[in-house]
Design a protein around this ligand. Structure first.
Ligand code: NAD
Length: 297
């Protein structure tokens, strides 16, 4: 398929690579020329701006951008995609943004004859490279059926979550729970160790008991428990604290619209924000455990 791909960052670049490997023809655009050049070495064609993609002969355009304001500008801006894209070209936005913006952009696209899906992902940069992402997809049944094989070139779980915006709802709910559960894991591990338990033995008990979750069995925040976790490499790499703050902000904002309390989500956001305020926003979010550990004497 001829595909336009916009946003070749940490996630978008490996996703585009996997589409090329699957045999699709890609025309790519990013504000960062180095990212475009790298995709070109892998077989993509560089576009001369957004208009070059929307007026080309692509059948589908995929975007992978940082946040809602970028999605608004790329789709709805004066020189944005919707200003020039041909009727019938399919659109997929895989950025993580708020469901309200996703619904608004999808409605504007549908009004002018461009079916659109929101398809945010889970699985991180490792999942993007390995092509094992989970896609949480919002939009019409027919459009989901069209996009599924292409998404399957980049991910292994492709889940239709319902109407437009529902992919973002699923992503938001999942990440809010992740943010909360990591703080719970940090608190429980720190208490147990402070009271004399060996961290590995404690994690082993939790991971075969009712407290088990991804934050304890895959990404345990206590150093030395899980070899591959960021806690074992000084909380570098992984999922940045500031990105978690962004995702919790999406949840608390959406909760205002839904008039729904998110007490733990809001508290979690403030705890991470405190860490970011102290200069730790670039660390992996599991560094929240620093709140609970005494500095070595
Ligand atoms: P990133 O900042 O590495 O990449 C974003 C890319 O978009 C950059 O290359 C930037 O130059 C480009 N861009 C910005 N504005 C543009 C514009 N107007 N036109 C063209 N290109 C533009 O971000 P990322 O880590 O790839 O994340 C992308 C999205 O995926 C975010 O919404 C993020 O929350 C989500 N996400 C990230 C991860 C992760 O582990 N990094 C995991 C899951 C979901």
């Amino acid at each position: 398929m001829k595909i336009g791909f916009i946003g070749l960052g940490n996630m978008g670049a490996p996703m585009a690579s996997n589409l090329l490997k699957a045999g699709h023809e890609l025309t790519v655009f990013d504000l960062d020329q180095a990212a475009v050049d790298k995709a070109v070495t892998e077989g993509a064609t560089a576009a001369d701006g957004l208009g070059d993609i929307s007026t080309g002969d692509v059948e589908l355009i995929i975007t992978m951008l940082p946040a809602a304001q970028h999605v608004r500008s790329v789709y709805l801006g004066e020189d944005g995609l919707l200003a020039s894209v041909a009727r019938g070209v399919h659109l997929i936005d895989s950025s993580t943004i708020d469901p309200m913006t996703a619904r608004e952009v999808a409605a504007r696209a549908a009004d002018q004859g461009n079916p659109m899906l929101d398809a945010p992902v889970s699985g991180g940069t490792g999942g993007a490279q390995a092509g094992t992402l989970t896609f949480m997809v919002g939009g019409e049944d027919e459009e989901f059926a069209f996009a599924r094989p292409v998404l399957a070139n980049m991910g292994k779980n492709i889940v239709h979550c319902g109407a437009a915006g529902n992919g973002q709802v699923a992503k938001m709910a999942n990440n809010m729970l992740l943010g909360i559960s990591m703080i719970g894991a940090a608190e429980a591990m720190s208490l147990g160790v402070a009271m004399g338990m060996d961290p590995e033995v404690l994690a082993g008990v939790i991971n075969t008991s009712s407290g088990r979750c991804w934050s304890t069995d895959t990404y345990n925040p206590y150093p030395g428990v899980i070899e591959t976790a960021p806690s074992n490499r000084g909380y570098t790499g992984g999922f940045g604290m500031d990105l978690m703050i962004k995702d919790l902000g999406l949840a608390t904002e959406a909760a205002k619209t839904a008039r729904q309390p998110v007490i733990m989500g809001a508290l979690a956001q403030q705890l991470y924000q405190g860490m970011s305020f102290e200069g730790h926003g670039g660390l992996d979010f599991s560094a929240i455990i620093k709140r609970y550990l005494k500095e070595p004497e």
